[in-house]
Design a protein around this ligand. Sequence first.
Ligand code: COI
Length: 351
Amino acid sequence: MTDTLKVTKISKSKIDQVDFSKLAFGTVFTDHMFVCEYKNGAWQTPEILPYGPLQMDPSAKVFHYGQAVFEGMKAYKDDNGDVFMFRPEENFNRINKSSERLAMPAFDKAYFFDGLNTLLNLDKDWIKSGENNSLYIRPFVIATENGVSASPATEYKFIIICAPAQAYYSGEVRVLFADHYSRSADGGVGFAKAAGNYAAQFYPTELAKEKGYNQVVWTDANSHEYLEEAGTMNVFFRVHDTLLTAPTSDRILDGITRKSLIELARSQGITVEVRPVKVSEIVEAAENGSLKEMFGAGTAAVISPISGFTHKDKKFDLPKPEDAYATKLKKQLTELQANRADDPFGWRYEV
Ligand code: COI
């Protein structure tokens, strides 16, 4: 712990009021949060505080210009009660890349890791061991400077909150391939975890939900001919026995689960092609039966099998292969994350 981290503990935990058998994703938060303010050109003394509301001026820039970025990470507990995070340095690097794109200051690495370690130790009881249990960690940065002039703020808050989590999607996931709306464009902010990237998806995703789909798989904004990502997860396609996924770019999030899966699959002898994936080749593969699986990969979603997709007026149901890569890779990844398997890649970080 840095000697500058100030800790104010709660007087009484609210954990007894929580039914851990019925957790809707991201709705229940732990007892404490991490807060660090940026002003006068520097990050100030970070603090751990009881979880609670923030007081902000209505003119704060985040409300007007959406100057906000976030991360999604997870912590796991093994059967001995030890706690691990998964590749947290990747999240640290990515939030600073996102911040740079939104003209926000980079955060301090020691503050980030000391804050996380202290927070997770304090709220350790909220992390449950066992399959499907984890603690979802949400670091975010918001522009707190008052005033509605359209320019980058000079004041920010870096905050970390935590929510005990189980599966993100319950039940089948059906997707719609985008052919009108777009998530991101060349030179835009698609690669960043900018809050606005998510808000921009809500309306088209609601339209898709009205038609029975859980998610939209976004296609490139110029031609809608290439499959990119699903917004809450990157997407993989298994054609014959080869896994295909789109390369990252300034339009696509550099997903940590995505890149881990590519490495994990390759280490199992699975051929993974990271290349532009055409809508037409996936439609054709679904028609001729060579499309064996499709799944999403993300921190919240973990690995979520996709049971069917629709493109324009063509609707496809996908088979459920007995040797599904999604099942096998999910088991390997989650066991590694929760210290129930070896970690040949050095991805686990003990808290
Ligand atoms: C995550 O997987 O952490 C994400 O950011 C997706 C989230 C919007 C639920």
